[in-house]
Design a protein around this ligand. Structure first.
Ligand SMILES: Nc1ncnc2c1ncn2[C@@H]1O[C@H](COP(=O)(O)OS(=O)(=O)O)[C@@H](OP(=O)(O)O)[C@H]1O
Length: 337
């Protein structure tokens, strides 16, 4: 059983642009294809303590082997459905605020995923990083990978590259993931019930999960290296967007000047990146599905609210998730409340 799954990985990686390094840490690659449920369970494997698709594993290996970080690199890091789209937009507009007019801003014409490259997708199997090598500094990149999977040259104190991380109440994450999984479900694949999704999520089985371990990796790093890692919560950004935008700018070493404050640039950024504005841009409303991009821009926008879980989870489900969250975060200083 183990071998057949290794062959599957080997085949997939070899097929992918001739990437020759087929696996490492063999003992940690535990096969688990429960049953095909489209996006949620499609070939999730346990790799170094996390549930990743072969795409994620490949990305992690390629970063290890070929990525040359620059000291000025900024990495927007998230567990899926925690606010990736929002944070990409916010950080992009913070660091480029002097380059564009807000009325004719790139975010009015492009989805954030086209402005902030997904790091693990931009290292080719042959080791080429041409598509991100050409980006001007500071490079803004995005990732879903857990902190512990990054090489030391990015995480140790001698490297100056920084991570801005956002996380979100797991109850809202679960609901958002479940909607997304069913929306992207290939034809013929039966829908994933909320009960099944809940059960798997609680066991830690979801892309880049266990969710709690993902959060803790970045949280602990932010305590140990506060100049390197900034942790935000989706709920805080919703509640105090202006304060959070200032916090990110300070962290990145580009605080708003009194003149910018007078011109209400922070307010402009918050407005531009708001759910209401972004989800109503034509570029995010039209169907942008293609062979290279099977996920449409509009799929990244649903409700954009805090607490939508109450419309989906039973009181018992909510209680169980709260208990797991409490247990996992006990003694860490982290909480969602
Ligand atoms: N601008 C803005 N402001 C607030 N919230 C936003 C914004 N853009 C996207 N969203 C909501 O974020 C959820 C999608 O998460 P991600 O962007 O992390 O998805 S992904 O991991 O990149 O697929 C998804 O949450 P749910 O609505 O709860 O499903 C989106 O609606």
């Amino acid at each position: 059983m183990e071998n057949s799954n290794f062959f599957a990985i080997e085949k997939e990686l070899k097929l992918d642009e001739g990437y020759q390094k087929t696996y490492k840490n063999v003992d940690e690659l535990l096969p688990t294809l429960l049953r095909s449920k489209g996006w949620w369970l499609d070939q999730l494997l346990q790799y170094q303590g996390f549930w990743l698709s072969t795409y994620g594993i490949r990305g992690s290996m390629l970063i290890d082997d070929h990525f040359n970080p620059r000291p000025t690199d900024i990495i927007v890091a998230t567990s899926p459905k925690c606010g990736t789209t929002w944070l990409r937009a916010l950080v992009f507009s913070i660091i480029n605020r002097n380059s564009f007019d807000f009325s004719d801003h790139p975010l009015r014409k492009a989805n954030p995923r086209d402005l902030v490259h997904f790091l693990e997708a931009h290292i080719r199997g042959d080791g080429s990083t041409a598509s991100i090598d050409g980006l001007p500094s500071p490079r803004l990149l995005s990732t879903h990978l857990p902190y512990s999977l990054f090489p030391e040259c990015m995480t140790d104190d001698t490297s100056a590259c920084r991570f801005v991380y956002i996380c979100r109440d797991p109850k809202d994450v679960l609901v958002s993931k479940w909607h997304f999984a069913n929306k992207l479900r290939p034809k013929g694949v039966p829908p994933l019930s909320l009960e099944e999704a809940f059960d798997l999520f609680c066991k830690g089985v979801s892309h880049y999960g266990p969710f709690w371990d993902h959060v803790l990796g970045y949280w602990k790093a932010s305590l140990e290296s506060p100049k390197k890692v900034l942790c935000l919560k989706y709920e805080d950004v919703k509640k105090e967007p202006l304060g959070c935008v200032r916090k990110v700018a300070n962290f990145l070493g580009v605080p708003f000047t009194p003149e910018e404050e007078n011109k209400e640039i922070v307010e402009e950024i918050v407005k531009l990146c708001s759910f209401e504005n972004m989800s109503n841009q034509d570029v995010n409303k039209s169907d942008t599905r293609s062979q290279e991009k099977p996920i449409s821009n509009s799929d990244f926008f649903r409700k954009g609210e805090v607490g939508d879980w109450v419309n989906h989870l039973s009181p018992q489900m909510s209680e169980i998730l709260d208990q797991i969250t409490e247990q996992k975060f006990q003694g860490t200083g982290f909480s969602f409340h």
